[in-house]
Design a protein around this ligand. Structure first.
Ligand SMILES: [Zn+2]
Length: 142
């Protein structure tokens, strides 16, 4: 007997976020069906991510020559914004504890990564083109 395929929570998250990123209508709109699915998966982090986006606290920096992209997302209390690579990294404590370390509440992404993914998909973050050296400086201070 073959074991039933059970998708991992990470693959479910990627499927839903890919669905979000595939929205082509202008301006982009999240369907209520997709929003409900995202809420089931991300719960309070979705609400927090949407609040971050509504406050305009997500910025996308693109290096002019290399095209490398880094997001800066303001935290609720931190003085400096967090440095975010939406798929792989955030400089916040919750990323280390809950995402990497599977601490108190296992999460696929922290709210800052989620905010960057959603803001990018919905074109709700300004894109700032900077010299490549400026992007390095940004990363060195993360
Ligand atoms: Zn974070």
């Amino acid at each position: 007997m073959q074991a039933a395929y059970v998708p991992s929570i990470i693959s479910i998250a990627e499927t839903l976020l890919s669905e979000l990123e595939a929205i082509e209508e202008q301006p982009p709109q999240i369907t209520s069906d997709l929003l409900i699915k995202l809420h089931h998966l991300f719960d309070k982090n979705l609400e927090r991510a949407l609040q971050i986006i509504d406050k305009g606290d997500v910025k996308c920096y693109v290096a002019e020559k290399s095209g490398r992209t880094v997001y800066q997302v303001k935290g609720k209390t931190a003085a400096e914004p967090y440095t975010v690579f939406p798929l792989d990294y955030c400089s916040c404590h919750a990323f280390l504890y809950d995402v990497v370390g599977h601490g108190g509440s296992e999460q696929v992404l922290c709210k800052h990564q989620l905010a960057a993914r959603i803001a990018s998909a919905l074109r709700r973050c300004p894109t700032i083109v900077v010299p490549d050296t400026a992007l390095v400086q940004l990363l060195l201070t993360a």
